[in-house]
Design a protein around this ligand. Structure first.
Ligand code: GLV
Length: 323
């Protein structure tokens, strides 16, 4: 039987299914070549399935038989695509499956931040609710406000749907190309980035991490936002400058932020961000539901099996390898 490495986050059902046809080595944590057991499996592996396998040259040179890395994620910033191309390794992700789940989480973070839900929960649990809620503990409304979505991909659209159809919000967006479906379905208006930053009540960063999007939101962009603005990042931490975010929140240049992603994950326990009262910080919960783990893992399994059976996987990221 050929060897497969399952990595970090793969649903149990999928591991069991793969075991019927492959010799599966499951590693629970992020492993490196410092682990001899991992290295031994890597030397034989024809496929890797999982979350956040760091597919870069230093590790791939220990995987001479590897044909496919099937990410259990939509993001693939963990992979060095030119190196995979050079080594003729296919890469796949799991788009679509997590769209609604992640949009739910991001919308939840918007609500939690606007209505200060975690803070007021902690207040009550600490036994401090002994009189009417004070005015300075009030939140702000979402309904009928303007949300600016930066990046109108699938998750951006699913968020726009919740905002427009569920909460009567005015949706504006910035994207490399116009998205007419979002304009028709959710009455979304295409807006230049600076204009979006200046006019939105909620700014949601929804871009993948690429060299072009690194720190797309930094000091200049926070300065453009309204003082009453709420900033949400559920995409990738590297897309915003965390120092500039900290300063903007600390100086009350914006009202609050809700963050699910960090430049380094897990976030440093001593990060100054974690000292702020006007930040709702979550540990990358976007796709993390029981149902979604299973559907993402199944989709990754389909991609893995297709590649190993010499078929083109549906979610192939680097078709250039096939040439
Ligand atoms: C989640 O962040 C993903 O990329 O799947």
């Amino acid at each position: 039987m050929e060897t497969i490495i399952a990595y970090n986050r793969v649903a149990k059902e999928v591991i069991e299914s793969l075991k019927k046809d492959y010799n599966v080595h499951y590693f629970k944590e992020n492993e490196s070549i410092d682990n001899p057991v991992f290295l031994k499996a890597l030397k034989k592996a024809v496929g890797i399935i999982g979350l956040e396998f760091k597919g870069k040259e230093d590790i791939l040179k220990h995987a001479p038989h590897l044909k496919i890395i099937a990410n259990v994620s939509v993001g693939y910033d963990n992979l060095d695509i030119p190196v995979l191309n050079k080594r003729a390794i296919l890469a796949t992700n799991t788009p679509d499956t997590l769209t609604e789940t992640t949009a739910d989480a991001i919308f939840g973070i918007m609500l939690a931040t606007a209505r200060r839900i975690p803070e007021l929960h902690n207040f009550l649990m600490a036994g401090k609710w002994d009189n009417y809620l004070k005015h300075d503990q009030f939140g702000v409304d979402l309904h009928h406000k303007t949300v600016g979505i930066i990046g109108m991909g699938n998750i951006g659209k699913a968020l726009a749907k919740r905002c427009a159809l569920g909460f009567d919000m005015n949706v504006i967006y910035y994207n490399r190309s116009r998205k007419e479906d979002a304009e028709i379905l959710y009455n979304a208006t295409f807006t230049e980035l600076d204009e979006l930053l200046k006019t939105s009540d909620f700014i949601c960063l929804m871009l993948p991490a690429t060299p072009e999007t690194k720190h797309i939101i930094g000091k200049r962009e926070f300065d453009l936002m309204k003082q009453s603005a709420i900033y949400i990042n559920g995409s990738r931490g590297i897309n915003n400058d965390e120092t500039a975010l900290y300063e903007a929140l600390k100086n009350n240049d914006i009202l609050a932020a809700g963050i699910d992603v960090y430049e380094k994950e897990p976030v440093d326990k001593n990060s100054p961000l974690l000292t702020l009262d006007n930040l709702v910080a979550l540990p990358h919960i976007g796709p993390a539901t029981i149902e979604n783990e299973l559907s993402m893992s199944k989709r990754a399994e389909q991609n893995l099996r297709a590649s190993l059976n010499n078929k083109t996987p549906i979610d192939l990221i680097n078709p250039e390898v096939l040439d």
